[in-house]
Design a protein around this ligand. Structure first.
Ligand code: SAH
Length: 401
């Protein structure tokens, strides 16, 4: 089918396979020609060299990902109705999967996996926090904000946290601020599975909280009763609160950020947890784990949830050494029968490689371990089957035997 749109992207021969598989990205190297004069975010049709229509997406001239696909249906126009439909579908999915989950904070839109490339929307109680990470989502920002207000009349306000450096790759400046309704307060309290958390929407990591770890907080809690635990890369103490609420005896939270640990301390109070059951240590995990080893300190449970160590394929070797280093130290600090919860949020770190790193770490530590569970991101962070890149968080629960 020939497009009627003057703006079109014509692919090089034999470069249509990924689009036929409904992968939503067109890389610059696959493009033979650009017809018309599309500006950043404009809707373009993508065609094969012999004029066959493949998909419709947003043009991003500055990015290596030159087009992000909105639709594979030639009859679907990209207009306000399109966003209404996709956002409604995303909301319906969350209502269904979170129906039995006691939380008022969740990811409402998970970008490519919800058919809305470059758009993140997180809901924290009565506030929505958005990230517009692509030229296309930026272009439709006003329409998206209008749709969100219509879909969720109970929202007090929508706030933007597009202050992330991936925007640079799209030729977009970093921005943050109120988009609609009231400006959120500096801190918003959310509840999740009987725990309360204070979230810094305007200054915290990502949109404020690691919503993707919800199920994994519950998993750690399930092993926590009576345990003496170490929570590395604690941020605001999400795992610690869940563990202590579930009956952990004591948790040490380590983070390099004093501000994050201050919120972790407040989260103890919010949950009416006795402050003597937690220590907050501001410092570097790599050196503190070594100090604990020297001091002969041991634990029943250790959580390792480091920041993303891999941002490009070239980082993988160095990152692997980092994961192995902390995993080996953690194995050395675990008491017999102790449990390691170790995570990687780097999409480029595959599950097989991650498991091998953890296995090598146990070997080097001279410990015998078994995998009890594989963990991943919460279901409100789905992965579209045709977009495996959407699956980034992985975790292993290992028991030292
Ligand atoms: N586990 C947290 C999220 C961790 S995010 C949660 O569930 O909410 C990663 C954290 O690691 C950040 O808070 C960052 O401040 C901290 N961090 C990064 N490098 C560190 C290091 N070398 N030592 C200690 N903390 C570090």
């Amino acid at each position: 089918m020939q497009s009627s749109r003057p703006e079109a992207i014509i692919l090089k021969p034999k470069r249509e396979k990924s689009l036929l598989n409904r992968h939503p990205w067109v890389f610059s190297g696959a493009i033979a020609r650009v017809d018309g004069d599309p500006r950043p975010g404009d809707t373009v049709d993508v065609l094969t060299g012999d004029g066959r229509w493949l998909a419709r997406g947003a043009y991003s001239p500055r990015s290596q990902i030159r087009v992000r696909i909105w639709s594979f249906d030639p009859a679907e126009e990209i207009d306000t109705r399109f966003f209404e439909t996709r956002l409604q579908q995303a909301l319906d999915l969350r209502r269904q999967i979170l129906a039995s989950s006691a939380t008022n904070a969740y990811r409402l839109v998970c970008a490519e996996s919800d058919g809305l490339p470059g758009l993140i929307v997180d809901r924290y109680d009565r506030w929505a926090v958005c990230q517009f990470l692509s030229a296309g989502s930026e272009y439709w920002k006003a329409a998206i904000v209008r749709c969100l207000t219509d879909l969720m009349p109970d929202l007090s306000g929508i706030y933007e946290r597009s202050d992330v450096d991936v925007r640079n790759k799209e030729g977009l400046a970093m921005v943050a601020g109120s988009l609609s309704g009231k400006e959120p307060p500096d801190h918003v309290d959310i509840s999740e599975n009987g725990c309360r958390y204070r979230v810094d929407l305007k200054g915290g990591h990502k949109t404020g909280f690691y919503l993707d770890q919800r199920e994994n907080r519950a998993c750690v809690a399930a092993y926590a009763r009576g345990a003496d635990m170490l929570n590395c890369f604690a941020y605001t103490g999400g795992f610690a609160v869940a563990a202590l609420k579930a009956g952990a005896a004591h948790v040490v939270n380590i983070d390099s950020s004093a501000a994050a640990l201050e919120l972790a301390r407040i989260n103890m109070e919010l949950n009416e947890l006795d402050g003597t059951r937690v220590d907050h240590v501001a410092g570097d995990v790599f050196s503190l784990l070594r100090r604990y080893r020297t001091d002969g300190r041991t634990f029943d449970g250790i959580v390792l949830d480091p920041p993303k160590f891999v941002s490009s394929k070239g980082d993988l070797m160095r990152a692997s050494r980092g994961y192995k280093d902390i995993s080996r130290l953690a194995f050395e600090l675990l008491r017999p029968g102790g449990t390691l919860f170790t995570f990687s949020c780097s999409g480029l770190m595959g599950r097989d490689l991650f498991q091998k790193i953890v296995a090598d770490a146990a070997l080097d530590a001279g410990r015998r371990g078994v995998i009890l569970q594989w963990l991943s991101q919460s279901p409100d962070h789905p992965t579209a089957l045709n977009f495996p890149e959407g699956s980034y968080l992985k975790g292993l629960v290992c028991r030292v035997v």
